[in-house]
Ligand binder design. Structure first.
Ligand code: 13P
Length: 249
């Protein structure tokens, strides 16, 4: 099953307005055909970046969302608000949300459900801590995080993306080896096959994230079940981000 590669930059809490617009323009200008490209942008720059990306194929995305539609939710951003400024995808369950800001599995599950139901593309992030890996719990942790999704209400494999991001590899410069990534990605596809069915699972893109850089991207992306990347640090410069994008063609 040929899957179109999907590389997304997660800018996290970085850039300023001017830098965000300049980075978006450079990405739009350099993005090649044959691979899906996205940028997950700080909320306050979504509108400006959306305008900078107008007419390009680069997808605008948000890094989080509230699951409630509107109302008394001080500090939150609804999915309708994200759609209003042009967002096409949303991340859920990023390890920084889970581990720094305390998003528990119930919150993450509600967010994932709300994002997919809204018609946007969902990038659902899973991954183990170093402690969990050392205790041989990697696959069990990933399994539980996949079970935050509701197979009965997710029918379109194009709008579901799983990002495998081992927590110990994020921002550390220590990426998973090609073999470590492939082992977990293959497990994820098998788990999706059980939760949905084989045909559905074979169409879902599974991104790797965690210190993916231009010099290790080709090896990771050559693995049969690695269909793209979710890029942090290397996505803050158009040159390094586009080098990874090109490796996914
Ligand atoms: P780094 O590429 O900086 O390790 O970040 C990965 C990540 O968390 C993307 O969501």
């Amino acid at each position: 099953m040929a899957r179109t590669g999907f590389v997304a930059g997660n800018w996290k809490m970085n850039t300023n307005k001017q830098g965000a617009v300049a980075l978006a323009k450079a990405v739009a200008q350099g993005a090649p055909a044959g691979v899906q490209v996205g940028v997950a942008v700080p909320f306050v720059y979504l509108d400006a970046v959306g305008q900078a990306l107008a007419g390009s194929s680069v997808m605008l995305g948000a890094q989080d969302a509230c699951w409630l539609p509107n109302g008394a939710c001080t500090g939150e951003i609804s999915i309708e608000m994200l759609k209003d400024v042009g967002a096409k995808f949303v991340l859920t369950g990023h390890s920084e949300r889970r581990h720094i800001f305390g998003d528990g599995p119930e919150f993450v599950a509600k967010k994932a459900h709300a994002v997919y139901s809204s018609g946007l593309t969902l990038i659902h992030c899973v991954g183990e801590t170093l402690e969990q890996r050392d205790a041989n719990q990697t696959l069990a942790v990933v399994q539980k995080q996949l079970e935050e999704l509701q197979p009965a209400s997710i029918a379109d494999p194009d709008r579901l993306v799983i990002a495998y991001e081992p927590v110990w590899a994020i921002g550390t410069g220590r990426n998973a080896t090609n073999e470590q990534a492939q082992e977990v990605h293959a497990y994820i596809r098998q788990a999706l096959g059980k939760l949905w069915n084989q045909n559905f699972a074979s169409q879902v893109r599974i991104q790797y994230g965690g210190s993916m850089k231009p010099d290790n991207a080709a090896g990771l992306l050559a693995q049969p079940d690695v269909d793209g990347g979710l890029i942090g640090g290397a996505a803050l410069k158009a040159e390094s981000f586009l080098a990874i994008v090109n490796a996914a063609k």
